[in-house]
Design a protein around this ligand. Structure first.
Ligand code: BG6
Length: 473
């Protein structure tokens, strides 16, 4: 049973929707630069115009209102606020978010603000290597503090970092995101700085918005063993430590898992700990775990048969392998589960597992900050989009949340990914997630017209019935 004030929401991120890449004093971000390099993204698409939320936010928010959305999660572009990452503040950048936040509030939609969704100011990458330098901690906290001061009376829910595991993994191990390198030591270093930035930001938040709630959003795919062979179980345990608990433990307990520390030592790496870091990490614990759930992940012992099927998850593929991971576990397909058009497993039970594991290990409320189905959609001549597959996906996941609540998990809200179709980092505009179809593709922006999909009406009814009526019309 969902609580009365359950936050039925939907989510997005600045670079994926805003466009207006060079407008009103915005500085370039690493994604503005990265997506311009041929070969980095699907069909060389960029978020330069994206879905033009920068100019169309009022139209979009009215659609949210029509749907009855209770909460909207969006991110703020750091380089709109601080074009150089630090130093001079761009008032015009803040004014844009003033308008977005005020329009949401006027329409009774709770703003959930993500401080960082991957679009680091390019100036900081150039100046000191971005997350690889400890200087980022101070600059990030400074940026976050500007937002807290500005919106302390308007925004109660904040997300610090979106999917630190994904942007550091894809950026520093798999060469798929900027800065496109593969180096486990650099990966550890960037993560340590991000942990410090996260914790110090939370500490600052407590002083400025004492009654608000804050936490990171973590991309969690609960780890399953491929078989009941005990060495597959160990491989899944290894994967859980290295791919999930590493982040969630530092966020929620303020310390690295013992197993990770052991592996760091065994493989000859180091965490760049400075005096006082322990204290910083334990003093900035979150109010909730933000959970981005798309799929579970299955592992087997690397010494047993290697995965025959290669996961094809993004339309831009990487070549890198990561030795430390390769020796501890092998990711493989789960032949019990269907997959999406992009090869992601469809596993609503996995969401229940994720909620249960987070609850047992950290005993915190959970805000589901992303969940959704990326699929090809077809715009009919009459302007309708019949996306029953998306409705079915969401329906099963809402049921799984309900069951997890019955199991004892405290779930604050559910944000689908996404409200509108948007720019998918490595999959252009073909992989659609929204309730609102945006008429654009990789080749042309067309008119960026908005169309309501069948799922728009379905979610409206889910919200109206507080999660009780999940039927299709
Ligand atoms: C999450 C991100 O990893 O998954 C989003 O927070 C992203 O920004 C979403 O778009 C879906 O991933 P993809 O690759 O299908 O766009």
């Amino acid at each position: 049973m969902f609580k009365k004030d359950f936050l039925w929401g939907s989510a997005s991120a600045a670079y994926q929707i805003e466009g207006g890449a060079n407008l009103d004093g915005k500085g370039p971000s690493i994604w503005d630069q990265y997506s311009k390099v041929p070969g980095n993204t699907f069909k060389d698409t960029t978020g330069e115009v994206a879905i033009d939320f920068y100019h169309k936010f009022e139209e979009d928010i009215l659609l949210m209102k029509e749907q009855g959305l209770k909460a909207y999660r969006f991110s703020i572009s750091w380089s709109r606020i601080l074009p150089n990452g630090s130093g001079e503040v761009n008032e015009k950048g803040l004014e844009f978010y003033d308008k977005v936040i005020d329009t949401l509030i006027t329409n009774d939609i709770e703003p959930l603000v993500t401080i960082y969704h991957w679009d680091l100011p390019a100036a900081l990458q150039e100046k000191y290597g971005g997350w690889e330098s400890r200087q980022i901690v101070e600059d990030f906290v400074n940026y976050a503090t500007i937002l807290f001061e500005r919106y302390k009376d308007k925004v109660q829910y904040w997300i610090t970092l979106n999917e630190q595991n994904i942007y550091t993994g894809l950026g520093y191990l798999y060469e798929l995101h900027p800065p496109k390198v593969s180096d486990y030591q650099r990966f550890i270093t960037t993560n340590h700085h991000a942990f410090l930035a996260n914790a110090l930001t939370i500490s600052e938040f407590r002083k400025i918005i004492p009654n608000g709630q804050i936490g990171p959003s973590f991309a969690y795919g609960p780890e399953y063993p491929k078989s009941n062979h005990p060495t597959d179980v160990i491989a899944a345990e290894n994967a859980a430590e290295m791919l999930s608990y590493l982040w969630m433990d530092v966020y929620c307990k303020g310390k690295y898992p013992r197993y990770f520390l052991k592996m760091v030592e065994k493989y000859g790496y180091y965490i760049p700990f400075a005096p006082g870091d322990d204290q910083i990490l334990t003093s900035g614990l979150p109010d909730f775990m933000g959970l981005n759930y798309y799929q579970s992940a299955t592992f087997q012992n690397p010494e047993r048969e290697r995965a025959s099927e290669q996961q094809h998850e993004n339309t831009v593929n990487n070549q890198s392998t990561v030795k430390i991971h390769d020796e501890l576990f092998t990711r493989t397909a789960n032949n019990q589960l269907a997959v999406t058009d992009w090869g992601w497993t469809i596993d609503p039970n996995g969401l229940r597992v994720a909620l249960r594991r987070i609850t047992s290990r950290y005993d915190l409320p959970i805000l589901i900050t992303e969940n959704g189905l990326g699929a090809y959609d077809n715009l009919e001549v009459d302007g309708s989009i019949h996306d029953e597959y998306r409705i079915e996906y969401l329906r099963q996941h809402v049921k799984a949340i309900d069951l997890a609540i019955e199991d004892g998990c405290e779930v604050l809200g559910y944000c689908t990914w996404s409200f509108q179709d948007l720019f998918s980092w490595l999959n252009g505009y073909a992989k659609r997630y929204g309730f609102i179809y945006i008429d654009r593709d990789e080749e042309s922006e067309k008119e960026l017209k908005r169309y309501k999909k069948d799922s728009f009406y379905w979610y409206k009814q889910v919200i109206e019935s507080n999660g009780q009526n999940l039927d299709s019309k």
